[in-house]
Structures are given as structure tokens and as C-alpha cells.
Write a protein that binds this ligand. Structure first.
Ligand code: ATP
Length: 233
């Protein structure tokens, strides 16, 4: 049994289906990448797992308990943490205060671990979050999520709109947390390169269904797959 199991998930927006029978497995300690073109349903899947959307049918089990349709605060309490597309920091608060709120109830070492993963945040601890660059804000959003030691860390397109160097830095931190702390991750990206460098297993979503699953090596060696679903040769 995997830590997180999604089975035959169907999700509608009004009458239009966005997910049409999706099943994925996220084993404990693994990093799973969810790739696919625009509108494939990637964000919908993460939002449903996180409790922001209710499925029409199907199940989401965490440790064998069906949690589909439970409210987001319940799922967060069970350790399902989503970093939404477009960050999620309090812009009018300092970096320190953003972290204080996120890490309330965590051991005092949590803050230090966060600064080790993102040294840039230590340098900017008194800066208002909203005045930091997009990439730095994304780091803060990640730091807030990682610091809560979630059982499953879900990240939705953390690279969106960021300069390549910052993207590399963010993925280095994710990789470190995955490898060294064994953190379980479900990572959505539209472009494959960085996600594949962390992932143990890959799903390609297309038109609300799993179109392919396999290892990063299998995907990298298939130019046809990359071209068909990810627009890259
Ligand atoms: P992207 O890579 O562009 O973010 P995605 O794979 O994350 O795409 P979703 O955002 O999950 O895709 O969208 C899946 C489908 O559901 C799309 O056709 C989208 O237009 C539709 N959709 C998403 N959100 C809503 C909404 N709030 N109301 C109606 N339709 C929606």
C-alpha cells in the first residue's frame, strides 16, 4: 500500500469533467512527478488531493484511510501540504513573520533547517515578503511548507515565471529535502527537466487521464513521448 493512493478519480467543474478516472500512487519517501500539457488537469488533481475541490467519484487514500472530499484544514492536519501555483506568502509581513506563522507548533530547530535549505531567506529575514523577487517569494512559500514537515509535500509549478538560476536553486533545495529527509513529494511541472531530476516515478496527464507512467529514464529516452505530451524533443 502506498502512502497516498488516488483511484479512478473523477472531478467536474460544473458539468465539464476535468479529471476522468485518474489513478496514481505516491509511495512513502518517493518523489513523483506529474507532467502534462496546459489544461491536462494537473492543478485539479493536486487541489482535489488537498481538499480544495470535491471529487464526483473515486477515492484518495492516505495510509489506507479514504480522505476524498474532506476539507482542506483536515487534510493539512493529516500532513497533506500544497504549495499552490503562484506562491502563497503574506506580502505585507516580513520573512521572519511569515515563517513564524507557518512554523507555529514546530520545534525551534525547524527554522534553522529552513535557513539551511534556503540561505537567501536568512539574509532577508527582516524584509517584507512582498518586496522580494518572485523567486525569493517562491523559496519562502516552499520554506513555509517544508518547515511544517508534511507527510506529502505537493508543489504546483514552482518554476513558473522564474529565471533559470533561481529555478535550479529551488530544485536543488527540493532534491536535498527529498534525499536527506526522505520527504514524500508530488511535483507538478509543465516542463520536464527539473522535475525529472528529482523524480523516482513519472505520470503524464493528458485531457484528464493518465496517458503514460514510467521512470524518468524511460521518459528521457523516448523522444516521441516528450514531443507528443511535453512539446520538447
Ligand atoms: P496548466 O498547466 O495550464 O496549469 P493543468 O494541467 O494544471 O493546466 P487544470 O488547471 O487542472 O490543468 O485544468 C484542467 C481543465 O479544467 C482545463 O480545461 C481548465 O480550463 C478547467 N478548469 C480549471 N479550473 C476551472 C474552474 N475553476 N472552472 C471551470 N473550469 C476549470
Amino acid at each position: 500500500m502506498s502512502l497516498l493512493e488516488v483511484r479512478d478519480l473523477v472531478v467536474h467543474y460544473g458539468r465539464l469533467p476535468a479529471l476522468n478516472g485518474v489513478s496514481i500512487d505516491v509511495p512513502e519517501g518517493s518523489a513523483v512527478a506529474l507532467l502534462g500539457p496546459n489544461g491536462a488537469g494537473k492543478t485539479t488533481l493536486l487541489n482535489t488531493i488537498a481538499g480544495a475541490l470535491s471529487p464526483t467519484s473515486g477515492s484518495v487514500t492516505l495510509d489506507g484511510v479514504d480522505v476524498a472530499g474532506r476539507p482542506a484544514y483536515d487534510l493539512f492536519g493529516r500532513g497533506i501540504c500544497l504549495i499552490p501555483e503562484g506562491r502563497g506568502v503574506f506580502p505585507n509581513m516580513t520573512v521572519a513573520d511569515n515563517l513564524r506563522i507557518a512554523l507555529a507548533g514546530q520545534p525551534s530547530s525547524a527554522r534553522e533547517l529552513v535557513f539551511e535549505a534556503f540561505p537567501r531567506l536568512r539574509e532577508r529575514v527582516d524584509q517584507l515578503a512582498g518586496t522580494m523577487s518572485g523567486g525569493e517569494q517562491q523559496m519562502l512559500a516552499l520554506a513555509r511548507a517544508m518547515g511544517t514537515a508534511p507527510r506529502v509535500l505537493m508543489a504546483d509549478e514552482v518554476s513558473l515565471g522564474l529565471a533559470p538560476l533561481l529555478v535550479a536553486e529551488i530544485f536543488d533545495a527540493l532534491r536535498k529535502v527529498h534525499r536527506e529527509e526522505g520527504r514524500t513529494m508530488l511535483i507538478v511541472e509543465q516542463y520536464a527537466t527539473h522535475a525529472l531530476s528529482i523524480a523516482d516515478h513519472v505520470y503524464i496527464l493528458s485531457r484528464g487521464q493518465v496517458a503514460w507512467e514510467g521512470t524518468p529514464e524511460e521518459l528521457r529516452s523516448s523522444g516521441a513521448l516528450l514531443e507528443q505530451y511535453l512539446g520538447a524533443a
